[in-house]
Ligand binder design. Structure first.
Ligand SMILES: [Zn+2]
Ligand SMILES: [Zn+2]
Length: 152
């Protein structure tokens, strides 16, 4: 099983994490060509309203984050990376279009679309703020009472 797994590669290195245990969560794209395991703790989810996130997701993108070494790709046949800016890339599934990951070069972390996680316990990785609100779409309002930031 381990031998069939792939590891998330950051900009230059491939990190391996061998300590997965019962605290791991599963996630996947919609069609199942990308599946992964992630080890907590998960950062609170941040909802990003920047133009890139809106174009990528079709609305706005909400993601948690972990050290990349805590993310294990179990099946990555559909995973493709798109360089979305000079310093970041986005991972999506070519089979179904799911927007799964975001990585900033050299940070060693991976943002994971919270909606791609399965069986996320209630209260885990809850949304705690909205960022790049200055770039948000004109067709919706934010009224959940969470902090709003024009930038990061
Ligand atoms: Zn897919
Ligand atoms: Zn964004």
């Amino acid at each position: 099983m381990v031998g069939e797994s792939r590891w998330v590669s950051t900009a230059e290195t491939v990190e391996c994490y061998w300590g997965f245990n019962v605290s791991e969560l599963k996630g996947s794209c919609e069609c199942g060509e990308v599946t992964y395991l992630v080890k907590g703790p998960l950062r609170p989810t941040i909802a990003c309203h920047c133009t890139q996130c809106r174009k990528t997701s079709g609305h706005y993108w909400a993601a948690t984050q972990v050290p990349s070494k805590h993310l294990k790709l179990v099946k990555d046949g559909g995973l493709k990376w798109f360089r979305s800016s000079a310093r970041a890339r986005r991972g999506f599934c070519v089979g179904c279009g799911s927007s799964l990951f975001w990585q900033m070069d050299g940070e060693g972390t991976t943002s994971i679309g919270s909606g791609t996680l399965d069986d996320l316990p209630v209260g885990e990785a809850s949304v705690d703020k909205h960022i790049y609100v200055a770039d948000k779409g004109t067709y919706y309002n934010l009224s959940d009472g969470l902090p709003l930031f024009d930038g990061w």
